[in-house]
Design a binder for this molecule. Structure first.
Ligand SMILES: [Zn+2]
Ligand SMILES: [Zn+2]
Ligand SMILES: [Zn+2]
Length: 291
């Protein structure tokens, strides 16, 4: 029998693959953004990373899209580029939004949830401090003062326990961001496939280390080589991922000090020194991880 080759345009083949996933028991994580608070390129910066034509050096603000095999959809954080990220990833519904903390680079795209909550309000999970901050920044959403204009229909919910969303369970993981108490999130899909997302982290308390032991994937914030008061450096992030015995490690929330290629090299050396077999890599916008 002869087969006739049909070339599927890139955009169609992507949609085709996305559809196919629904029939298999896999969870897909998509890095919507991998950049630090100002995004890369930084406005007005002429450095070699900000001017690089390599798309992996263009980092929108950090966020993760979660797709469960049974059709569950969720995001972690809604930064200033959320609208662009949602269009790029083909997001058409969300069953939940999980916030790490209320810094501008993680929540100021929240209003762009509007088209996704026409039918039902979207639950937005965070720790009590994050939700309190949300109430101040987005007072028009929660108070009856705004006349005209649209508002996102969201339901803030303080998260202290694992949250089931269909086949996925999302568990809050308390971590430190400098002196701030924020949340990382553990994403588990039955039967026992687990990823952890820890951004803007400078310390993981012992009690939280217990909760995230041996994940298949760790997406972890590493700002740059130089140390920072409120963020892990690359080395600190990689060492933390090794401490929890992550099988696949991806750095995110990256600044413009280093190109993607340089960070790949940094990760490769670390991998060799530590004798790690699984991938150790910088994340980039659009990277898809199948679990
Ligand atoms: Zn941040
Ligand atoms: Zn720059
Ligand atoms: Zn932050």
């Amino acid at each position: 029998m002869r087969y006739i080759g049909i070339k599927i345009p890139a955009a169609c083949s992507r949609l085709y693959n996305r559809g196919a996933l629904l029939h298999t028991r896999y969870m897909r994580l998509t890095i919507l953004g991998s950049g630090t608070s100002h995004g890369i390129p930084v406005i007005g910066c002429r450095c070699r990373v900000c001017c690089s034509p390599d798309p992996r050096n263009q980092r929108m603000r950090s966020s993760l899209y979660i797709e469960g095999w049974a059709g569950e959809r969720a995001v972690i954080d809604t930064g200033p580029e959320f609208r662009l990220q949602a269009i790029r990833a083909g997001i058409t519904k969300l069953d939940g939004v999980f916030l790490t903390h209320a810094h501008a680079d993680h929540v100021h795209g929240l209003d762009d949830l509007r088209p996704l909550c026409f039918e039902n309000p979207i639950p937005v999970y965070g720790n009590p401090h994050t939700l309190e901050e949300l109430g101040e920044r987005f007072s028009y959403v929660f108070k009856d003062t705004q006349k005209g204009g649209g508002k996102p229909r969201i339901t803030p919910i303080a998260a202290s326990q694992p949250i089931p969303i269909g086949s996925i369970t999302v568990t809050p993981i308390p971590v430190k961001h400098g002196i701030l108490d924020i949340l990382g999130w553990k994403i588990s899909e039955q039967p026992g496939v687990t990823a952890v997302y820890l951004t803007d982290t400078s310390n993981i308390p012992d009690a939280s280390l217990q909760l995230i032991h041996r994940p298949e994937v760790a997406v972890i914030g590493g700002l740059r080589v130089r140390p920072h008061e409120t963020h892990f450096s690359f080395l600190e992030a990689l060492e933390a991922a090794v401490r929890i015995r992550a099988q696949r490690i991806y750095l995110t929330h990256i600044c413009h000090d280093h190109s993607h290629q340089e960070i790949e090299e940094f990760c490769r050396r670390f991998q060799e020194e530590q004798g790690i077999t699984g991938p150790v890599q910088p994340a980039y916008d659009g990277l898809e991880l199948i679990l």
